[in-house]
Every structure is written in C-alpha cells, then in structure tokens.
Design a protein around this ligand. Structure first.
Ligand SMILES: Cc1cc2nc3c(=O)[nH]c(=O)nc-3n(C[C@H](O)[C@H](O)[C@H](O)COP(=O)(O)O)c2cc1C
Length: 340
C-alpha cells in the first residue's frame, strides 16, 4: 500500500529544488542548470495530460540523461489521464511525477485543473491514487496555501490530510494563496502575501510528510533558515535569473565534496551543447536564452549578455558568437578594472 510511505521518514531528496516554470524550465534550461548544480532536483514545465494523450509525447518528455534527478510535472484532473501521464513518466525515465495544484491561469482554470483543484481535495486524492497505482515513482503535489480569500490554515491542512491519505507523502507548498478571480498568473506570484508560517505549521502538524517550501526565497542564508523548519526549499525565479546562485548548493546543502563549478567551465560546456544542437539543425538561441544570466554580478556581464541575445547573430556559427561574447566581456571587465 502506498499509504505506508507516510510512516517513513521525510526524504532528503527534495532538500533543494528548482521550480517548474512554463516557457523557462525546458530541457535546454535544465541542462544548463545541471552544469551548475549536480544534485538539486529539477522539474519540467507543466505538461497537460491532454498533451500526452493527443500530442507529440517525445517533444514533451524527451530529456538528457544528465538532467537527473528530474521530475515531470503534470497538469490535469482526470484520474485515467493522470495515470497515463504517470506511466509515461516512468517509461521515459523520470524520477518523480508531480501534480500541479497551484497554477492560477485562466486557461488552466477553464480545464478545471491547477490551483482550482484545491477546492476539490477528494478529486486530487483520486488522481494521486490513480497515479500511484500506475507507477512506482514518488507521486508528489505542488500547491498553494489557499485559493481566493480563504485564509484559514484548516483549508490547506485538510487538503494535505486528504491527499496524504491517498498515498502522497511529498508536498511542495507555494506559501501564498492563488486568487482565481481576475489576477494574472504573474500577479498571482507577487500580490497575494507570502505566509511562510503556514508552511512551517504544516510541517509541525505532519512531521512524517516531506514538506517543501516555495515562494520568494533567494540566497543561501534564506534557504538555510527555511531548512530549520521544513524538509526542502524550491527556488524558481531567483535560480532562473541569477543562475550562479545555485553554484554553492551542492556543497552547502546537498552533501557534495566535489570542487565548486567555475563559470568558465560552464560556459565551455554550454558552447559544446549549443554546437551539438546547431549540428542537428536546432537554432542555438532557443537554448542560449536560458544562460544569459551566467555572468550576472561580474564585470562585463551585460556586454556578454548583449552579444548572446543579439538577433543579428542568430544565424552565425555559435562558436563565433561565443568568441565575440567572451571578448566583449573581457574587454568590459578590463575597462572596469582600469577605471577603478
Ligand atoms: C514564468 C513562470 C512560469 C511558471 N510555470 C509554472 C508551472 O508550469 N508549474 C508550476 O507549478 N508553477 C509554475 N510557476 C510557479 C513557480 O513554480 C513558483 O511556484 C513561483 O515562481 C514561486 O517561486 P519563486 O518565488 O521562487 O519564483 C511558474 C513561475 C514562473 C515565474
């Protein structure tokens, strides 16, 4: 019985995770992130169960072996379709299948999944049960602390209680409500107030569950402080926009003794990756866009970014663009040093 999992110890596998982000955390982005952190758990963008029933499965699920540990996030509400998605997650070699109960977008609401599922815990429980029965992967749920103006702690407590009874033992909690009445997805990641104490209380009340906190967190000190209260931390925008913030994670939080990554090496490995893509006829900017923040915070970062995002260079051999970007960065850095 999957429910026996609930009696086990919380898992350390979710200690530091990179959030699923539509249009951002595609396979190219994850490959890049994996060069910076070898151990953090990575998530796909949300893939709707409908896309896996009717669409191009390989396009949605194919990934590089280097990306593990890797979770597939599903969006859906039909147990049979969720089971199908979970089966595919296992067949394609994912390490986890996650159900999205936090997305507030209109499109997702029209499909009656995402955050609005929090109003129907039993439906989520049925979906989780169907997924658990269909695969041997951990089935996890990502959700909010409430929807609309429901601020009561008991709402999210009862949601977790019901879904845990169906066999889910890992909950990733975005520590703000989703306001489903007219706020855009972007505003819904900024305007409803963050209430970390709700997530901490969930952990105290469900000590055997793995509780991962998400929302508005940035920097190692913030992660370390949260890990005093919960089992894991999931970082989204900060990881994407300041990717080098991930460089300390393996050593500081994930038990690695390997030497810290160097930006130069990551840049060189990305160049090899982009060259391989170009050789297969894939336009390199589709992947290079994710690494624009690599040198952020160092002299010359802006010039480097400008070269990589210059549309006039998009048909150039990628090695030439890399050489131009590097020269521009070093040049700007030298000028900064001279001026200092
Ligand atoms: C561009 C963008 C796309 C997102 N897409 C998803 C998604 O597909 N699935 C999901 O569960 N959350 C999605 N989110 C929400 C993030 O996973 C995360 O919960 C949110 O950004 C708060 O974390 P942060 O403050 O660390 O960014 C998205 C966020 C952003 C910025």
């Amino acid at each position: 019985m999957r429910t026996s999992l609930i009696n086990e110890m919380p898992s350390v596998d979710w200690r530091v995770c990179v959030a699923p982000m539509m249009d951002l955390t595609d396979r190219h982005c994850r490959y890049f992130h994996r060069l910076i952190t070898r151990r953090a758990r990575l998530y796909t963008e949300m893939v709707s169960t409908g896309a896996l029933v009717h669409g191009d499965v390989a396009r949605h699920l194919d990934h590089d072996a280097a990306e593990h540990p890797l979770a597939l996030q599903l969006g859906g509400n039909e147990p049979a379709e969720l089971a199908h998605g979970a089966r595919l997650a296992q067949a394609w070699g994912y390490d986890e299948v996650n159900l999205n109960c936090g997305c507030p977008s209109d499109r997702v609401q029209r499909g009656a999944f995402g955050a609005c599922l929090m109003a129907e815990p039993q439906r989520v429980a049925d979906g989780v049960k169907a997924m658990s029965d269909a695969c041997t992967l951990p089935v996890t749920v990502k959700h909010r602390i409430g929807i609309d103006r429901i601020e009561r702690y008991e709402f999210v407590r009862d949601f977790i209680g019901t879904v845990a009874d169906a066999g889910c033992s890992v909950f990733i909690v975005h520590a703000r409500n989703a306001w489903l009445d007219g706020l855009s997805p972007k505003d819904n990641r900024e305007i409803p107030p963050l209430r970390y104490e709700i997530v901490h209380r969930l952990k105290r009340e469900f000590p055997a569950l793995t509780i991962v906190i998400n929302g508005g967190l940035a920097g190692d000190e913030a992660i370390a402080a949260q890990l005093q209260q919960v089992d894991g931390v999931m970082i989204g925008r900060e990881a994407y926009h300041h990717p080098w913030s991930m460089a300390s994670w393996d050593h500081r939080f994930l038990g690695s003794d390997a030497p810290a990554p160097q930006r130069e090496d990551v840049e060189a490995q990305m160049l090899a990756y982009l060259q391989a893509l170009q050789a297969r006829g894939v336009p390199w900017p589709t992947a290079a866009r994710h690494m624009l923040g690599l040198w952020n915070g160092t002299p010359g970062a802006r010039r480097w970014r400008q070269v990589w995002s210059n549309h006039r260079l998009k048909n150039e051999p990628v090695a030439r663009v890399a050489a131009l970007a590097r020269a521009a960065r070093l040049d700007a850095a030298a000028s900064t040093a001279l001026a200092a």
